[in-house]
Structures are given as structure tokens and as C-alpha cells.
Design a protein. Sequence first.
Length: 201
Amino acid sequence: MTTMNDCYDANHNTTTNTIITSTNKEVVLEAVRNDGLELQYASDSLRDDREVVLEAVRNNGHALQHASYSLRCDKEVVLEAVRQNTMALQHASDRLRDDKEVVLEAIRNNGRALQYASDSLRDDREVVLEAIRNNDRALEYASDSLRCDKEVVLEAVRQNTMALLWAFPEEWPTEDLYWLPRDAPTARQAAVQTVEDFPDA
């Protein structure tokens, strides 16, 4: 794999341990196509270069953290990053973590990316239900009001009884689910019934 330091060594006989801030666009492009995280060694101007950053995030979504702020505010760049790695959502600007299209793109691949969405989208029923359908643990990151929403909780519990751990904050009597039957199908049925019997808010 070619790194920026390898390319720099070939031309300048420096040691491979030297961290280079590269201003050579062709060197940087070659490097980030092999490893998107090499973007961290690019100059400020190249970390603000849309072509370079797009190549980097297509290789590794987490390269977004090394992009300029203006490109972390760029919707196309962020969408490319979360398609490659949903958890790259954490590196997006606040504005794009509050963008429903961007967040839905992330959570459809990994519901736990909900933790990086804005407070308003973690309180959006459509978004939270979509996240839970992908990963029942996403309930942990929903707003308190949606963790008390029977439909939302039931969606999670039907997939995994342990989702009860994140349901009904401040109201649930205990986090110890010892009372559930050990048989998985029976436990799921018991958990669903428990949620259905829980008093309406």
C-alpha cells in the first residue's frame, strides 16, 4: 500500500517515520485511494479539496474527521462517508446531523448510528423506528419521550427482549430482567405483554 510518506521518500529520501503534510494533490489522491485516513497528513488546502476528500471518504468514512469544516458541512461528502461507514455520522457538522435524509441513510445500515443524530431527530418517531428495525439497541439512543412510546418500545422488544433495559426511563421499576422466562420465545411474549400492559403516558 502506498502512503504519502512512501511517495515522499521516493522523491526526497526522507525517513518513513516522518509525518509529512503533503501539498502535492496527486500524491495525496494516490494515498487516500489506498487508505482514506491518510487524509490527516494532507495540507489544509487539500483537506478542503472536494475531490480529495470524496476519494478519502469513499475508502474510509471516518476520513471525514480530517476534512475541513466546510466539507463536513457538505451534504454529498457526508452522504458518501456514511454510506461507507455509518458511524462517520459523528464527524458531520451539527447541521447535517440534524438532516433527516443524512441520518436515515446512516441508520438504515446501522441503527446504532442514531446516537450521533441531533436531539430533534432522536425524538422523531419515523427516524427512531427505522433505526430500531435495523438494530433493536437503537432504542438506547432515542429520546426519553420515545423510550416511553409503546409502539416504539414494542418494535424493539419484538426483536430482542433485552430492549426493555432502555424502555420507560425514570418509570421502569428495575433494570434486572430476572423475572423473564428463560425460554427465548416465551420471554419475548412475556416482554411484549409487559409493554402492552404498561400504563399509557
